[in-house]
Design a protein around this ligand. Structure first.
Ligand code: FAD
Ligand code: FES
Length: 788
């Protein structure tokens, strides 16, 4: 066993001590070195008691003849443990499932969760206070369960399970989830590699892999589950969906083995894998002729690391369901761009024998939006080359439109004006990874800084447009000279609603739309503080999740009967409510905030029903409105946003709108729709640019969005206002389902919890008119893609 250096974190708390004991036992048995780490984070952990606890733990380990050292490192517990693991080139990190101290009420605390996604080595998550109740900390691990699909990466995890079982004279139950016949063959193959002294049992079962592994772990009372990480490293690291779910749900210790393919040479023809090439993690596919495709493993949607799917022969993204062919081309969204090709010996896709990748369906779903060509590609009509196109609003829709103009060969002037001082950035991380301090804003830039100058896009950030005069083709900007335009794109998005609630201007009453807002909330997010959250739409729900993940106490006050019930209905809303209650969020529904009290700074929130909730700060999530006030008097039609046709054209010639601000006619639904979602802003920004250049491209994208809350991804596609039947595929109780909003026998929209692929498949059905037999939608054996 190669665990020569083991890192474990402690703050002296009883839960952390359990993890330390496990690490110490492993180090002793495997003759490894133990590094004990204490975190001095910015939240005022007292140095002296921590130092004492740390050095006492090291002394106790040395008394048991373990080579142990102790270190205090500045940073959060997660940062400190990862820094120590990197510094000591550790092979194993050991953490308790609730993290160090600050015990939270949900099964996997934010510290182990974070480490699981970023660890540079194997990770053992010790069940310190789980469902199984108190028990003496293992090891010895005498009953081990290892999941395998027979792939090279899974076999690496099984090998570790065999070694541990051999060390502890234990047994291993091998589990294959999938086709039982394939399973029986794979299990025999894998079992044949076991050491002589290890007893092996085999189970081939069907169903959801993570769920089945967790059920078997519970029913067989195993002490340790071993799984491969599939995608632990990468530009943006991410744990595959199966180990992620197992880590959150299994009632035992979990060993997540870093199972990256060793080298390109190890890849079997016709297979792909995550491979270390010159110290860089790549997604590599080897074709039958031995040629390779070396791709960036970073999903082009939001940067998660893709996994190789051996049965479909595709690269699948565990986050929101994007699927890429073996050569990186998009098979299924939300990603719109291929995986970046960074090397390899294969000249082109055509040289690969037919069949590779075709099991996935082969071709990308038809998209309403033509993808941009390379910047050197198409040329604009000579007549429009010298025009001046001005874009107001420098965020996702505006910056995407500017980029599209250049990518499509527009040669004239492009001016991008935005009120915010920052480069255009994407907002989704503001309520998720960025808010939790797990990602930087640099990772969320729409385009890198140099892109704008390199593409002759004139930027005027920190500049607010206060009026538009289409007859004179000029804009008035606050404190500046008028700006003339040939054509104008309005991409000013939305802004948060502010209501005249008494005390709303007190310090500590915050809301979230911009990078600055997120930074302000982040600065307040000290573990243990109490937050009142007003409203529980998508952003409110995500903020609640992030606050809980950082160890804050959250009380939500919202109208309605459940989170999101106004949009998704009560049945689905109750599922979201259950998820939040399980994570320790207090919720009061059918009520609303009526006032904020405090001396200079908010201390209490008063509600309409008479509650008085003490708090350290407040986050408002009371909805948004289109940012179109500056168009008053311009003659441009505004009605819940800028009114545009299916070509993004406003009521005045030469003026276009896209993104959150555009109330657009949708040809598939035959009505006007204004949405506030990332995919719409990006795709509509692109189509608006094409139409500014005189192309006749209708915007008929099926609306789609996602929301990440804790370990769950919620996705919605289509558009519904009312429904006469809600058809459930899967089950609401298991929190794994797709729910179809039907009207007159047609799917209007679909929402899912943890079933991203089904939402993407259902989009094809909606695009084709939505006609579908509810019995087929319910039947999980029916491939939704076949109904489109
Ligand atoms: C916290 C948060 C999390 C989100 N998470 C998700 C998610 O998980 N999934 C999802 O699908 N969507 C999500 N969204 C929604 C998504 O980010 C928006 O739909 C998207 O940002 C809309 O882009 P836009 O370019 O149309 O407008 P915006 O992003 O609103 O940008 C408009 C820009 O125009 C500027 N502007 C406004 N008026 C003027 C003016 N008069 N002069 C100059 N500039 C002006 C604004 O300052 C702003 O920079 C989230 C949004 C937020 C706020
Ligand atoms: S990050 Fe890959 S689908 Fe969203």
């Amino acid at each position: 066993m190669s665990y020569k250096t083991i890192v474990v974190g402690t703050d002296g708390s009883p839960t952390a001590s359990v993890a330390v004991e496990v690490a110490q036992k492993l180090a002793k048995r495997l003759r490894g070195k133990l590094v004990l780490v204490g975190a001095l984070d910015a939240y005022g952990v007292a140095r002296q008691p921590l130092q004492t606890a740390l050095y006492e733990a090291a002394e106790a380990a040395r008394a048991k003849k373990v080579d142990a050292t102790a270190e205090l490192i500045e940073g959060t517990p997660g940062e400190s443990i990862l820094a120590a693991a990197t510094k000591h080139d550790a092979e194993l990190i050991v953490v308790g499932n609730r993290g160090m101290g600050q015990a939270t009420r949900f099964r996997l605390g934010s510290v182990p969760d974070w480490i699981a996604h970023d660890t540079p080595c194997d990770l053992l998550i010790v069940d310190t206070t789980g469902r199984a109740g108190p028990r003496p900390p293992a090891p010895p691990y005498s009953r081990i369960l290892a999941g395998t699909d027979g792939s090279g990466t899974a076999t690496e995890a099984v090998r570790k399970a065999f070694t541990l079982a051999s060390v502890y004279a234990g047994s291993v139950m091998l589990v294959h989830v999938g086709d039982p016949i394939v399973g029986a063959i794979k299990l025999e193959e894998v079992a044949s590699t076991k050491p002589e002294d290890v007893e092996v049992g085999m189970r081939a079962v069907e169903g959801d892999p993570a769920q089945r592994i967790c059920e078997l772990a519970e029913s067989e009372d195993v002490q340790l589950v071993v799984v491969g990480n599939k995608g632990m490293a990468g530009v943006r690291r991410f744990l595959g969906s199966v180990p992620n779910k197992v880590a959150h749900e299994v009632p035992s210790d979990v060993l997540i083995v870093k199972t990256v393919d060793r080298s390109v040479e190890d890849l079997v023809a016709g297979h792909g894998g995550l491979v270390n090439v010159d110290g860089r993690q790549l997604a590599v596919y080897r074709d039958d002729g031995g040629h390779t495709y070396e791709l960036s493993p970073r999903c082009t949607h939001m940067g998660c690391t893709v996994d190789w799917n051996d049965s479909a022969r595709t690269w699948d993204c565990p986050c929101h369901g994007s699927r890429f062919d073996f050569d990186g081309s998009v098979v299924r969204g939300p990603a719109a761009e291929p995986l970046e090709r960074v090397g390899g010996t294969a000249p082109a896709k055509e040289s690969v024998p037919s069949g590779a990748g075709s099991a996935a369906g082969g071709t990308a779903e038809p998209s309403a939006v033509p993808s941009p060509g390379p910047s050197s590609g198409r040329r604009a009509d000579p007549g429009i080359r010298k025009e001046r196109y001005v874009i107001v609003g420098a965020s996702l829709a505006g910056a995407t439109a500017a980029a599209t103009l250049r990518e499509q060969g527009f040669d004239g002037e492009v001016v991008l004006i935005g009120a915010e001082p920052a480069l255009p950035y994407e907002r989704p991380p503001l309520s998720k990874a960025f808010l939790r301090g797990e990602s930087t804003i640099q990772e969320a830039m729409v385009r890198p800084e140099a892109f704008y100058a390199d593409n002759r896009i004139e930027t005027r950030f920190g500049t607010t447009v206060v009026a538009v005069d289409p007859s004179d083709t000029t804009l008035t900007v606050a404190g500046g000279d008028p700006v003339s335009f040939g054509k104008l794109l309005i991409a000013t998005g939305a802004r948060n609603r502010r209501f005249p609630i008494p005390g709303i201007d007190l310090e500590g009453v915050l809301d979230l739309r911009t990078l600055g807002d997120a930074a302000r909330i982040r600065a307040e997010m000290l573990p243990g503080r109490r937050v009142v959250l007003a409203g529980m739409g998508f952003i409110g729900s995500e903020v609640a999740a992030s606050l809980r993940q950082r160890g804050l106490e959250v009380h939500v006050v919202a109208g309605g009967k459940a989170p999101l019930d106004r949009v998704l209905g009560e049945d689905v809303g109750r599922v979201i409510e259950g998820i939040h209650r399980d994570h320790g969020v207090e919720m009061t529904f059918g009520d609303q905030v009526a006032g904020f009290e405090g001396n200079g700074r908010v201390r209490t929130v008063k509600t309409a029903s008479g509650l008085g909730l003490d708090c350290d700060f407040v986050v408002l999530g009371l909805g948004v409105e289109p940012a179109a006030g500056f168009l008053d008097g311009s003659g441009i039609d505004v009605d819940d946003g800028v009114v545009v046709d299916e070509h993004c054209r406003a009521s005045v010639a030469g003026v276009f709108a896209a993104g959150d601000v555009a109330n657009h006619y949708h040809p598939v639904f035959g009505r006007r729709i204004r949405t506030e979602h990332w995919n719409n802003a990006r795709q509509q920004g692109r189509v608006a640019a094409l139409n500014m250049m005189g192309r006749d491209t209708p915007y008929e994208e099926i609306h789609w969005f996602w929301s990440d809350q804790y370990e769950h991804t919620i996705q919605y596609a289509g558009h519904h206002r009312e429904w006469d039947d809600l058809v459930i595929r899967g089950s609401l109780e298991s929190r794994s389902f797709a729910a179809f909003y039907m009207l007159g026998g047609r799917i209007q929209a679909v929402v899912s919890v943890d079933r991203p692929a089904e939402v993407q498949d259902a989009m094809g059905v909606i695009r084709a008119g939505g006609q579908a037999d509810p019995a087929k939608l319910r039947d999980e054996a029916v491939d939704l893609a076949s109904l489109g």
